[in-house]
Write a protein that binds this ligand. Structure first.
Ligand SMILES: [Zn+2]
Ligand SMILES: [Zn+2]
Length: 115
């Protein structure tokens, strides 16, 4: 007789325990469940339909952000409650420590010393 072992993985986005088959591993050690993935896809569609033009936190227009050596504006996209927030780098640095729940258990979190 074999005992059924239920292994669950915590989704980093919604913090729910999910079966491994319902988890999509993302780069950087982030785990996303299928439910969140569908939300993610919808959020991406929103983004592609109407791209934001300013930082969601300080409202600096992306056109006003200094470009890097390659002439690109560096932005960071954060996921919150089914929506993506585009932030400039200084706002992102302020935001990340507030989201230990999301970034703490990832390689990214370790690099940022969140855990
Ligand atoms: Zn989830
Ligand atoms: Zn900003």
């Amino acid at each position: 007789m074999t005992a059924a072992v239920f292994v669950t993985i915590t989704c980093h986005y919604c913090r729910r325990q999910r079966a491994p088959l319902d988890i999509i591993p993302l780069p950087g050690g982030i785990k996303m469940c299928l439910g969140c993935y569908h939300q993610h896809r919808e959020a991406c569609n929103v983004l592609s339909g109407k791209p934001p033009t300013e930082c969601s936190e300080c409202h600096t227009a992306f056109d006003d952000i200094p470009r890097d050596a390659g002439g690109n504006v560096r932005l960071v996209v954060h996921y919150e409650g089914g929506l993506y927030k585009c932030m400039c780098l200084p706002c992102s640095d302020v935001y990340i420590p507030k989201r230990r729940d999301l970034y703490g258990p990832t390689e990214y979190g370790w690099k940022k010393k969140l855990v």
